[in-house]
Design a protein around this ligand. Structure first.
Ligand SMILES: [Fe+2]
Ligand SMILES: [Fe+2]
Length: 257
């Protein structure tokens, strides 16, 4: 089976390029299952109720979040009852769940998310300890992990630590696609960061003038998404053998339009 995982969809340009590329890729690559990181889909911060329903209407099977999980108030209307929204499992508190198990063609697919600690909220539980806990308690045929973290070293170490125990460890959060997609020695598909789906000409999604002003003049302008210019669509396709349940390939996708 082929699973498409789309990196952080960012605001209006993200939604546009997501919808456009999704339909094409679904047909061309015969995708069976779609996972999307939606933590930036609503104005760059969080996912509101409307955009949640919109993603579902596009055919998305599971939506993962991240550090911006609870920034849109209306997410509280849906997050506790939705079986297709996943926020970091190792959060100390907050509504929603850190994993979901979906039955697909007789196979159990578990999608879970962990958040890193380095240069992020140090109060979260260890993603390493919590992944061990989850793998012990949740039995599944296939496991896909969204590792939402800032540093390359924490992500790579996490990849090796769970190599062979999960089908794929797909990094998110930095919004820049890395060129290290590979199958690790014991069979886990790995990429440090899938990248972001949204504006190409901002600073990881935000209007570049705002961010340059912060760095150069200690500016305090509000974050606004970049809403003009080119777009990028960042994703990976992983293929899993339905009989052996082994991951056979990971192919990155990077489309600039
Ligand atoms: Fe993000
Ligand atoms: Fe993030």
């Amino acid at each position: 089976m082929k699973i498409l995982f789309v990196g952080d969809v960012f605001s209006k340009l993200g939604r546009e390029t997501f919808a456009k590329n999704l339909q094409r890729i679904k047909e061309e690559k015969k995708i069976n299952f779609i996972i999307v990181n939606g933590e930036n889909i609503s104005h760059g911060k969080g996912m509101n109720e409307g955009h949640y329903h919109w993603l579902v209407s596009q055919g998305v099977n599971v939506i993962t979040l991240g550090n911006h999980s609870f920034q849109q108030r209306s997410i509280y209307n849906v997050i506790d009852n939705a079986s297709n929204i996943v926020r970091p499992y190792n959060f100390k508190e907050g509504p929603g769940k850190g994993y979901t198990t979906i039955n697909y063609n007789g196979l159990k697919i578990t999608v879970f998310q962990m958040i890193g600690k380095i240069f992020m909220d140090e109060n979260n539980y260890s993603p390493f300890e919590k992944t061990n806990e989850l793998l012990e308690n949740v039995k599944s045929d296939i496991y896909i992990c969204d590792f939402h973290a800032e540093t390359t070293s924490e992500k790579i170490a996490f990849g090796y630590a769970f190599d062979g125990k999960v089908n794929a460890i797909l990094g998110t959060h930095t919004h820049v696609q890395t060129s290290d997609a590979r199958i690790l020695e014991n069979g886990t598909a790995y990429i440090t960061d899938v990248g972001m789906t949204g504006p190409l000409d901002g600073v990881i999604g935000v209007k570049k003038s705002v961010i340059i002003d912060r760095y150069m003049n200690q500016g305090k302008q509000k974050f606004e998404p970049e809403e003009t210019g080119k777009t990028q669509f960042c994703a990976v396709i992983i293929e899993i053998d339905d009989r052996t349940l082994k991951t056979t390939t990971i192919d990155p996708i990077y489309v600039i339009e």
